[in-house]
Design a binder for this molecule. Structure first.
Ligand code: BMA
Length: 326
């Protein structure tokens, strides 16, 4: 039966030595490290661009590198991307939650991150080749907006970005397009938060950058449930059409990963799993998912892309139609 199968086998297996990185590993004093973006570099090294919260409360991004993406992490002695509020006033209260997309046509990594401005959190974009020097394009989507990632190639002749603006009518996932990565338009809501008692009724947002598969763009998204004792952040799955990602082909009914272990349940913010990055392991099927746990540390879980897609095909429902009245 659909319902029982949906919860029978965990799709993500936690690494037994989690958490993989904590504030204690940092070469300088910090409060917490969490919500890293991830990339596999050309030499095979896995790079995590970690959100580091200083004891001021403001965050910067710092790179950690590992030959296998699991252990032997080497952490840069200084920030990789530090807020520069004099030149970029939108970074006055820090930079957070990066999502990294390798753009082969530019041979550069696009880092899309939250810049915490006095007007609220917005989406900023920077290009880099080495995670040392960044070409900042500034705020590309104004507040309140976050949880954004760039698609790695043109869609119908334009760059495409998935993001999560917030209005007084909710926090839903949108897509926008650009000819030059700077000017963004043709905005469209593609995935609404559900309503009422659903696990993803409070707000939703993109987790890792979309994963391109033969069957479409696999989306991992976080869903937030507001409860009497605070929010619970869990993960769900959706599949967007490959050439028209405005079309949601399937959306899972159930969350597939949520806070269970002590390091996910208890920390600066309890009950949070918040992935911002993944890399492929040693083939095109196994993924290593990196997530912030309880806004306090960085953890790793493994999954098979095929199993995620099979689960979605077996337990997903067609997404909202073009005319959304949710
Ligand atoms: C979200 C983001 C994340 C954070 C999460 C839980 O809104 O700000 O950075 O991990 O809340 O606190």
């Amino acid at each position: 039966m659909k319902e029982s199968l949906a919860s029978s086998k965990p799709l993500f297996q936690r690494y037994e030595k989690n958490p993989i990185l904590t504030a204690r590993d940092w070469p300088y004093p910090v409060n917490t490290v969490f919500n890293p973006g991830a990339a596999r570099l050309k030499d095979g090294t896995v790079l995590l661009l970690c959100r580091v919260e200083e004891k001021s409360g403001l965050s910067h991004l710092c790179a950690a590198r590992s030959p296998n993406g699991v252990d032997s992490w080497e952490i840069d002695p200084i920030a990789s991307l530090h807020p520069k509020p004099k030149e970029y006033p939108e970074e006055i209260w820090g930079v957070e939650d990066p999502r990294i997309t390798y753009i082969s046509s530019l041979d550069k990594y696009a880092v899309v991150y939250t810049s915490y401005s006095q007007g609220g959190p917005g989406v900023s974009l920077a290009l880099t080749s080495d995670f040392i020097h960044y070409d900042r394009l500034g705020v590309v989507l104004p507040p309140e907006d976050k949880d954004a990632a760039l698609l790695p190639r043109h869609i119908k002749g334009s760059w495409a970005m998935i993001h999560r603006p917030v209005t007084n009518l909710g926090a839903h996932i949108w897509i926008s397009y650009s000819p030059d990565l700077k000017s963004w338009g043709s905005h469209k809501l593609i995935l609404p938060a559900r309503k009422g008692a659903w696990w993803d009724a409070g707000k939703i947002g993109l987790s890792t950058p979309p994963i391109e598969t033969e069957e479409g763009w696999l989306i991992l998204y976080h869903g937030v449930r507001f409860t009497a004792s605070g929010c619970i952040y869990r993960l769900g799955l959706a599949l967007l059409d490959k050439e028209n990602p405005e079309k949601c082909l399937l959306r899972g009914r159930h969350w597939i990963f949520g806070p269970e272990t002590p390091y996910e349940r208890f920390g600066d913010v309890n009950n949070v799993v918040f992935p911002c990055g993944y890399v492929f392991d040693d083939d095109d099927d196994k993924i290593l998912l990196y997530y912030g746990a309880a806004d306090s540390c960085i953890a790793l879980a493994r999954a098979s892309l095929k199993e995620l897609l099979d689960w979605l095909k077996a337990h997903g429902e067609p997404g909202p139609s073009e005319y959304i009245d949710f």
